[in-house]
Write a protein that binds this ligand. Structure first.
Ligand SMILES: Cc1cc2nc3c(=O)[nH]c(=O)nc-3n(C[C@H](O)[C@H](O)[C@H](O)COP(=O)(O)OP(=O)(O)OC[C@H]3O[C@@H](n4cnc5c(N)ncnc54)[C@H](O)[C@@H]3O)c2cc1C
Length: 482
């Protein structure tokens, strides 16, 4: 059966684009290298028609499909399971920018376009596509939409869902849905676009999208401030929102433990104010529609007020684009620095900003009671209430042993606390394979039941990324009920 299926797939996309031999680890291993799968084949279509034909074939043969973009997802959703029965549908060859409408401020782009490439192409047109994240050199638009990616500018422009006006999607049976009209108003029934966005390849294959663009700001300037307490930082955020309005496009929090790791593992990047006994670094980005000097004046005004109100201990405004980039290099190397230090216990949580100080105090207390000396490596997009609250063992402990022994207890502690504060255990990375149990445990029961009904309606044979987001067995049970 495999041989005839492979021959049929080759017939659709060309023999060179069906991979089933040799080293396929780039498609079968997750970005962190934590899990490996085994694909029946990796199929790389070039057009929506080819995706549709592949889907029709797999639907007829009952073959599960895992959509894959840049494979930078952090929850194990983009790789096949270990059965060797799943086809990986890798969208990288569908990378065209189909059309640009400058009056409508929209671009229509295929799913396999790398995010950074789209940003650069739009920059050449003096336009901004504002989705921005540290994986932007590899992640792809289809993956960004399938995960509803966030990143560093959500505060001003929203996440991937807010930046999308329409989608082209191939459904489980190979039909094509096209809503690429570029409309900002279209109240014609249920919003299917928003359903597919964030569905992590479990409801359909995104093949193209019409995305919102913005005029390129005249100047983008960043500042770095340090503060001793999270209360100060939360008040600084309020002050920045009040004084900067829409010019505030980034507000990133970095805890001291994480900054020390950047200084240790990436000494080429100078971490500002590390010698001062401050608990937090904050990176503030101002996007200004007037001029560079105006952006500087806005940031300097903010920081002066913050000093006077005792919200920060010290601050620096970048003098050039290059200096701004160096500050962002520190922020962007935090995940890499942690990886070099060894494994830790990761969380991607969101809370309303006002709850963050209480959450952090309680988390630190409860974790320290669990393992004295435990180190929260806390950083994230504070402006969105999104923290990457990672936890490392006490100084000198063995990272692998620590994770092996305490992962479950630490995760339970953090997830319970997040739920108690009305937050989410998955802010921007999604559910994938790793957080399916947590979804069962923490999602509103009615919402979860409706999600399962939607999955059943759109993918009754459970062929699209089975077992991701929702338990495979749960969907199978629904199937037998119908
Ligand atoms: C260093 C680093 C930093 C990161 N920072 C951020 C951050 O700041 N914010 C953030 O939100 N995420 C972040 N991520 C996570 C990741 O980059 C995003 O989730 C990204 O959007 C995934 O895009 P991708 O193309 O790599 O998708 P993949 O990893 O290939 O896939 C992710 C999921 O989407 C599905 N999928 C992929 N393409 C399609 C498609 N065309 N149609 C349907 N389903 C599809 C897959 O099946 C899978 O479930 C980071 C990751 C890394 C490694």
């Amino acid at each position: 059966m495999n041989n005839s299926l492979l021959a049929a797939l080759r017939n659709i996309v060309g023999a060179a684009h069906v991979l089933n031999e040799g080293d396929l680890s780039a498609f079968e291993r997750d970005w962190r290298g934590r899990v490996n799968g085994k694909a029946l084949a990796v199929v790389r279509p070039k057009s929506t028609l080819e995706v549709s034909q592949v889907m029709k074939l797999c639907h007829a043969e009952g073959i599960p499909i895992v959509a894959q973009g840049g494979n930078t997802g952090l929850v194990g959703g983009s790789i096949p399971d270990s059965t060797g029965r799943q086809v990986v549908l890798q969208l990288g060859r569908m990378s065209a920018i189909r059309s640009l409408d400058k009056h409508n401020l929209t671009v229509t782009v295929e799913a396999g376009c790398v995010l950074q490439l789209l940003q650069q192409k739009m920059q050449q047109e003096d336009l901004l596509f504002p989705l921005s994240l540290a994986a932007e050199g590899s992640c792809m638009i289809g993956g960004n939409l399938a995960t509803n990616a966030g990143g560093t500018q959500v505060l001003r422009y929203g996440n991937a869902r807010d930046l999308c006006l329409g989608l082209e999607v191939v459904t489980a049976d190979g039909s094509v849905m096209n809503t690429l009209g570029g409309l900002r108003k279209d109240n014609t029934g249920y919003d299917l676009r928003d359903l597919f966005i964030g569905s992590e390849g479990t409801l359909g294959i995104i093949t193209a999208a019409t995305l919102k663009l913005y005029p390129m700001p005249k100047a983008v300037v960043s500042a770095w401030a340090c503060a001793s307490s999270i209360d100060q930082v939360v008040n600084l955020l309020g002050l920045a929102q009040q004084k900067m309005g829409a010019a505030l496009t980034g507000f990133e929090l970095m805890g001291r433990h994480g900054l020390e790791l950047v200084a240790k593992h990436h000494p080429q990047f100078r971490v500002p104010f590390l010698d001062e006994a401050a608990e937090f670094g904050v990176l503030i980005e101002c996007s200004d529609n007037e001029s560079d000097s105006h952006a500087h004046a806005v940031l300097e005004g903010l920081l002066e007020s913050a000093m006077e109100s005792d919200l920060i201990n010290n601050a620096v405004v970048a003098e050039s684009l290059e200096q701004s980039q160096r500050l962002w290099d520190v922020r962007e190397h935090l995940p890499m620095a942690q990886a070099k230090e060894g494994p830790n216990i990761k969380h991607d949580i969101s809370l309303s900003v006002s709850r963050i100080p209480a959450f952090l105090a309680e988390a630190e207390q409860q974790l320290d009671a669990l393992v004295p000396g435990i180190r929260p490596i806390n950083f994230g997009h504070l402006g969105d209430g999104n923290l990457h609250y990672n936890v490392a063992g006490p100084l000198g402990s063995d990272p692998e042993e620590f994770v092996g022994q305490y992962e479950k207890a630490v995760e339970d502690c953090i997830c319970r606390l997040v739920a108690a504060h009305g937050g989410s255990f998955s802010a921007e990375h999604g559910i994938g394979a790793f957080k399916v149990d947590k979804l069962e445990q923490y999602k509103d029961a009615t919402a979860l039941r409706l999600m399962k009904s939607i999955k059943q309606a759109l993918d009754p044979m459970n062929l699209l990324n089975p077992g991701r987001v929702l338990h495979g067995s749960e969907v199978a049970r629904l199937e037998t009920k119908s």
